[in-house]
Design a protein around this ligand. Structure first.
Ligand SMILES: Nc1ncnc2c1ncn2[C@@H]1O[C@H](COP(=O)(O)OP(=O)(O)OP(=O)(O)O)[C@@H](O)[C@H]1O
Ligand SMILES: [Mg+2]
Length: 357
């Protein structure tokens, strides 16, 4: 196994007796982008601050390239960690030119500083601004200068805390992709904090899903999305529908037919969780729906409550006959049935998740 570029082991940070970061371990391989993804207040920034060295953990160790940089006694100061930082509030120095901003962290001679600044500005497409001042640039351009500044000293690791959240939506996607391309080119390992699943899916080689100070799941975006550990992990990425059932003989009987509940003891309650795009829809034919199949199970009837056009898809809410509750289905393109229309819904067995309730 390759020595990880960054490894944190059993990190704990307490504030007022509360374990805000609660036994977090994480490794990042050289050149990889890992996203620390989780809701507000779950401890993401606190974790990043300890790795940067601007805060110190109460327990645990941090290693870079296999070398200890911080435990609870020993501590390499932040400026000697070769870790680059880029935060939401990336504030460029207003009194320095763009070139001098980028060269700020370099200790080389004047000519070499200018060469490296020019090289990075070229890479972010802003070399023509080298002698301008930050206030002459747009928000997106300033963002790219901040990225160039953070990368100039060739950090081994780049820590980014919601670096794109100050940008407007359309600008953001482009800058994310450019940033990722540049980080990959430089071979920098990245730990990027975000609370937006789309951002994590777009950027990450690996996602570490964090909740309540702990990492609850780690994996490639595909695995996190398709093999979530619990209901909350499903719900973090999309709307969800939940059916409650009781297990008997490793099966749960529902109005949509039976679902497998392997390894869950008889009498336990389970939640059958599925995303809106995995509901199958059929029109009502004189009170009858499609036949049951193995993959789709038994259809259950619902009545359209509301249908909304969302651009690339439509979202339709159904009030179900069997319990009066609402299930949400998304359908690609335009599909806007009238409220009151009866329809039959099925749930794809290969796309639903069964968790102990
Ligand atoms: N210096 C501090 N003193 C006391 N409590 C703190 C301190 N820093 C952070 N906290 C608390 O620790 C918890 C985690 O904070 P943190 O900033 O790490 O969350 P986060 O995951 O980055 O959230 P967000 O997505 O909102 O930025 C919060 O409840 C916060 O109030
Ligand atoms: Mg934060």
């Amino acid at each position: 196994m390759q020595t990880p570029r960054l490894e944190i082991r059993n990190i704990v940070r307490r504030f007022d007796g509360r374990r805000v970061v609660d036994d977090v371990s994480l490794t990042i391989q050289p050149g990889d982008v890992t996203c620390l993804l989780g809701p507000s207040g779950c401890g993401k920034s606190t974790t990043l601050r300890m790795i940067a060295g601007v805060d110190m953990q109460d327990e645990g160790e941090i290693y870079v390239d296999g070398k200890l940089i911080c435990d609870t006694v020993f501590r390499v100061p932040p400026e000697r960690r070769q870790i680059g930082l880029m935060f939401q509030d990336f504030a460029l120095f207003p009194h320095l030119s763009v070139g001098d901003n980028v060269a700020f962290g370099l200790r080389d001679g004047k000519a070499e500083k200018r060469r490296r600044a020019g090289e990075l500005l070229e890479r972010v497409g802003l070399s023509r601004f080298i002698d301008d001042f930050p206030h002459q640039l747009s928000g997106g351009e300033q963002q790219r200068v901040a990225l160039a500044r953070a990368l100039a000293p060739r950090p081994r690791i780049m820590l980014m805390d919601e670096p794109f959240s100050g940008l407007d939506n359309r600008l953001r996607d482009g800058i994310r992709d450019e940033t990722l391309a540049l980080l990959k080119e430089e071979g920098t390992s990245v730990l990027l904090v975000t609370h937006e699943p789309e951002e994590a899916m777009r950027m990450a080689d690996e996602i570490a899903l964090m909740r309540g100070g702990q990492i609850v799941q780690r994996g490639a975006p595909y695995n996190i999305y398709n093999r979530p550990v619990d209901k909350a992990a499903v719900a973090f990425f999309s709307d969800v529908n939940v059916l409650r059932g009781t297990v008997k003989g490793a099966l749960t009987e529902t109005p949509f037919g039976q679902f497998l509940a392997p390894g869950i003891p008889d009498g336990s309650e389970v939640d059958i969780v599925f995303r809106p795009q995995h509901i199958g829809l059929d029109f009502d034919r004189n009170g009858r729906g499609p036949n049951a199949t193995e993959l789709a199970g038994t259809p259950a009837r619902g009545v359209v409550q509301r249908a909304r056009f969302m651009g690339s898809e439509s979202l339709v809410e159904y009030r179900m006959d069997f319990n009066g509750e609402v299930l949400k289905a998304t359908v690609p393109n335009v599909f806007l049935p009238k409220p009151g229309t009866p329809m039959w819904l099925t749930v794809r067995r290969d796309r639903c998740f069964v968790f102990p309730a």
